[in-house]
Structures are given as C-alpha cells and as structure tokens.
Ligand binder design. Structure first.
Ligand code: GUN
Ligand code: FE
Length: 432
C-alpha cells in the first residue's frame, strides 16, 4: 500500500509527513513493529502473512476529539440552534438512556458507525446515567479500542430525569474512574456538560475531583453560540469570561478538551495555550446549528492544541475526512484555507498530541498501537475520474474529504484486528 503518517509531533505537518509509496506495515499482536519500503519489509519479515492493499492509502486510525454517543439516533434533526435544539431534541433522546439495555444497544451502533468511518479513538460524552459510560467502555473493550468517555454531569437547567447533584456527580464520576480509567485501553473524562447546566457547587466539586486525578481527561463545551455566551454571563457575573468559569473552578488544564471555541477572544486563546488545553474544532456542527466559524488561523497564532471533531448529533457526519472537508470550506470563508495535510494532522497525530496520547496512537511508529485505516481512493466512478493513479497524498486526501463517505474506508484496524466486513482477525502479523 501507499502509507502516510506524521512520525513526529510538530506544528509543520507538511514537512513532517512521511509518504511511502509501495510501502509495507508490519503488525505483531496489537502493535506496529515496522514500516518502510515494501521490498525491504518483505525481505526483513519473510514469514509474515501478507495482505495486499496495492493502490490503497494507509493512514493512522482517525481520532474524533468531541462526539456524543447517545446522540447517534438524533443526527440531522431540523431547525433549531443550540439552546432550543438541546431542549427539543437532545434532552428527550438522552432520557432514553435510563435503560441499560438501551445504552448497550446504542453503544454497539455508535462503535459500528465509528469504525465504518475509520475512527479508532473518540473522546465521547455519555449521558448523565453512569451505566451509559459503563456500556460504552464495555463495548469498546470488546474491540480493544482506546475509548475516552465519562458520564455527563448536570444539576440545573435540564429535565429532572437528567439531573444529578454536586455530590452524586463526584461520587459517580469517581467510581467510574476507579472502575475504568486505565483498564485495558479505556480512559476516563470528567464531563460537566457545559457551564449553564452546572451549579457553582457542582463545578467546584468536579474541579476538586480533577485535582485528585491529574491524568484523567476533562471534556465540556465552550463559547459555541452567542445566546449561550450571554446566558453564561448572567449566570456567572463574577467571572471575566466563559472560559474563566472553567479556569476558576479548576477545570482548565492539560488533557482538558473544550468543544467548539467559536467565539473566542485573544485572551481566551492565550489561556487555552498557557494551560496546554485543547480546542475541539467541530465544523459540521458549527454550521448545522448556525453557531459560527472557528478561527483556526488565530488558534494557530496562539499555538493552541486542536483536535478535529464530528460532534454528532449536532455534527452531520461521523466521517472525519468529510469533517475536514467542512473545515476547509469554513477556512475558505475565513480567507485562510486549511490544506489536507493539516486536515490529516488534526485527525491523527495532532489530535493524539493534543490529548497527550501520541506515544500510543495517531501515528504508525513502531511500538504504537496498530490502529490504522485503509482508504480506497477509487471507491466510486467520480473519485476514480478525479484521482489518477499518480496522485500525491495531499491531493488524494483532499478529494476524498469532499467526495468521500464510508465507501472509501476499505478497512479499519484496531489493535491489529480488522473491524469491517468478514470476521478476519489478523492477529499474527499484517503487512501491506
Ligand atoms: N452544549 C451543551 N450540550 C451540548 C451538546 O450536546 N451538543 C452541542 N453541540 N453543544 C452543547
Ligand atoms: Fe458537543
């Protein structure tokens, strides 16, 4: 296969890309052990079982930096912006997750959607119910997938059935941390939904919990929608900005990921950068809910970590290549086009680095987990017409980001095991 990845964590994706034409990738157990020119790889590993992916393009498994697993079924819900969309569609849907059976069923469907689209790791919101996080961790464990999730915490401005309290948010979250964080490839994220749905007491208690677990993730929403931002001002009059609410309660740090960041001041960007925190760029969602245009050029100026994200169910596709295609269109409006290698970086190594997981995922370096995707640049007539046999990596990725869908995902490997189609499990070794 042709193989593309970023071996280094860097802010200059173009220079750091390795693009190996006619390459070979060797997998042993759940890890990558070698990568290089096919003939040399074949000579070095003569006994390896070979899987032929000629004319395909292998890239690292894609990382979704912000997504809601319970919202899978409510994708493409018409007509509202953020706050009314939450009331009309989101909260009623999330109420269904009071049933553990329902959580299990939807967790499997969600993971099927991820792997069909080449996504091998996600930072996902569950619902307020602890057992929703249990269900997602259990389903991900069956696939040996690096899943990061947490139960949502909210104790106001939501239906009673979806409300916890400051105390139960902490005790339930801590029980889940002890049960799942670091078990297999599972990782926990403390998950206050967003500032308006938590009391000061809850945010404060979650900040204290976060301090006790410095390597646990934090995920929430930030500065997505103008009405939301006004509401936060009214609810927290003492805080100098929306981000300052999170900072004040100890929820701004490394491994904290803030969804959206659409309406940001330079001070906000500087604070995110200083903390080593991450902005999740959710272009299809920001368009779908009419939220606004993420300013990647400005985020880059401040050196803020960025992870690309689907944000399904407000996002319109699980496919991160397509999501980059939407990011490209927004960047054109902003007058600073994001090229395809930056796109690939934001969904692989860049996202992994932002999440502080680059030792394990986001690249194809020996010793990293064998999480990778086989793309088919000629998956339909139009892509075959558009992408000729000699096309370069950036051009292939760009065309697929506009034309592609799950048909261009030929295979998705997680920890060395093929996830799509047949029950093939290539446990011994794979090269291509
Ligand atoms: N802000 C608070 N909750 C949500 C949510 O579920 N989706 C989005 N897009 N924004 C939010
Ligand atoms: Fe979201």
């Amino acid at each position: 296969a042709n193989i593309a990845h970023f071996p280094k964590v860097s802010t200059s994706p173009k220079d750091d890309l390795i693009y190996q034409k006619d390459g070979g990738l060797v997998v042993k157990g759940d890890k990558i052990i070698a990568l290089g020119e096919y003939a040399a790889i074949k000579a070095a590993y003569p006994d390896a079982v070979t899987i032929d992916y000629s004319n395909k393009l292998i890239v690292p498994g894609l990382i979704d930096g912000h997504v809601h697993f319970p919202q899978t079924e409510m994708i493409a819900s018409y007509g509202e912006q953020l706050l009314t969309w939450l009331e009309q569609y989101t909260f009623p849907t999330e109420c269904k997750f009071s049933s553990f059976d329902y959580c299990q069923k939807m967790a499997d469907i969600f993971l099927s959607q991820l792997v069909a689209n080449g996504t091998t790791t996600a930072l996902a919101f569950s619902t307020v119910h602890s057992h929703s996080a249990d269900a997602l961790f259990a389903a991900a464990s069956k696939r040996n997938m690096a899943m990061i999730t947490g139960k949502v915490c909210m104790d106001r401005h939501c239906p009673n059935e979806l409300s916890d309290s400051a105390e139960s948010a902490v005790s339930d979250s801590e029980a889940l941390i002890k049960k799942w964080h670091g078990l297999g490839r599972n990782l926990y994220a403390i998950t206050p939904r967003f500032a308006p749905t938590s009391t000061d007491a809850q945010l404060n208690a979650l900040g204290e919990l976060a301090a006790d677990y410095p390597d646990v993730f934090i995920q929430t929403h930030l500065s997505e929608n103008l009405e939301e931002i006004e509401w936060v001002k009214q609810l927290f009059p003492a805080r100098k900005s929306y981000l300052d609410v999170y900072a004040h309660f100890g929820l701004l740090r490394k491994r904290a990921v803030f969804g959206h960041c659409v309406h940001m001041t330079d001070d906000d960007w500087q604070s995110l950068a200083d903390a080593g925190a991450t902005a999740a760029f959710c272009p299809s969602s920001n368009l779908f809910l009419g939220s606004g245009f993420f300013d990647k050029a400005n985020a880059d100026k401040f050196n803020v970590n960025i992870a690309l994200a689907s944000d399904v169910g407000a996002g319109t596709s699980f496919n991160l290549l397509r999501t980059y295609g939407e990011a490209y269109k927004i960047s054109q409006i902003n007058g600073a086009p994001i090229d395809a290698l930056n796109g690939l970086y934001m969904m692989t190594q860049g996202a992994a680095a932002a999440l502080d997981l680059e030792a394990d995922i986001g690249n194809l370096n020996p010793n990293s987990f064998a999480d990778f995707v086989v793309l088919d640049p000629h998956f339909n007539d139009l892509s075959t017409l558009r992408i000729d046999a000699n096309a370069e990596c950036a051009d292939i990725l760009f065309a697929l980001s506009i034309l592609g869908d799950e048909r261009c995902i030929k295979q998705t490997y997680i920890a060395g095991v093929a996830q799509l189609g047949t029950t093939n499990s290539h446990k011994e070794s794979v090269n291509a």
